[in-house]
Design a binder for this molecule. Sequence first.
Ligand SMILES: Nc1nc2c(ncn2[C@@H]2O[C@H](COP(=O)(O)OP(=O)(O)O)[C@@H](O)[C@H]2O)c(=O)[nH]1
Ligand SMILES: [Mg+2]
Length: 368
Amino acid sequence: MRKAVIIIPTYNEAKNINNVVEKIFQVQKNIKNWDLHVLVVDSDSPDNTTDIVGELAKNNKNLHLLKTDKKGLGKAYVEGFNYIIDTLKPFIIFEMDADLSHNPQDIPSFLNKIEKGADFVIGSRYISGGSIPEDWGIERKFFSVFGNWIIRFGFMNLRVTDWTNGFRAIKTWIIKESLPKLENYTGYVFQVALLDNALKMGARVSEIPVVFVDRREGESKINSGQYTFETLLYIFQYSSFIKFVIVGVIGFTIDFGISYLFIEIAHTAVWLSTLISTEMAIISNFLLNNFWSFSHKKLKHGENNFLWSFFKFNLVSSGSIIIQTLGVSLATAFFGREFWYIYKIAIITFIIIPYSYILYNKLIWKDK
Ligand SMILES: Nc1nc2c(ncn2[C@@H]2O[C@H](COP(=O)(O)OP(=O)(O)O)[C@@H](O)[C@H]2O)c(=O)[nH]1
Ligand SMILES: [Mg+2]
């Protein structure tokens, strides 16, 4: 029988904890091939959450309690992970809130996905069958929906629909390998960091729909302002896609600057100046992408074939030059020359950026 530990972080959940624990062990009765354990990680709640858990644990050997200092949700989870990886050694670890926003009845669906080969199962509120509470205020709905879209586009990973819900089942080896990276994320943003890291490790991520219910008892501890700021900062630091766009802007500046120097100052032939400037931009793009944007990936044909990859990169780049030239020419032929720069910007945004990003990921860099 495989072991699964459900970590429930708590801060002032005295009115909920009994209920949620009871419901989880109720669900165990219908699960044959998994042994469920619950670890409550309490961050020094001033209410009597820990006393309640302590009492319950006396009669339940599968219920565990870990007391920590109040240093944020991420910190509580990391301490919980460290504790069970060494002691209980489960096959998978669940993340779940104490306030019954997450329904224990969904646990078998998570286990089912794991049995089918998933490494990381997300309870998603944004796929068919899942939902956020009707009675959430407009502000909270906006934060959640819009926030998830920002993250999806920021990482250019549209397949994962819910990055922020803390209802997940994750294979222990993924958590073990991610731990060193998670130490820096003490707040709610740790959820985003953990998933991003799992995806970069090549984990098989899948989603099940969950209906998120608003808490009836106790108060939410989320600090939306801090969460938003930390999440945007995280995306900016770790999104390959954003780095790839920055590299593109640098390449454009190099291309333009060198052309200008050669054509206007040195009076070199236009064709030669253009050839030199575009190649310089291509070299800069290749190196920056290789050592920065896609540094967590590796060249498709190994390091020895650096030159071969660089050649392919040149081909892809030539493709984007041809697409741009043709596109801008066609657009001006149809709609006139006046707004050529608008057509250029639109073609770069909607065709060149997706074209290069997809081809780089398919032909040049691959997951480690
Ligand atoms: N241990 C611990 N748990 C926390 C902390 N902050 C929030 N939690 C728990 O994390 C879960 C989700 O928090 P909640 O306030 O409901 O966030 P919301 O659902 O986003 O509004 C709940 O079980 C909280 O008790 C913390 O600093 N430490
Ligand atoms: Mg909640």
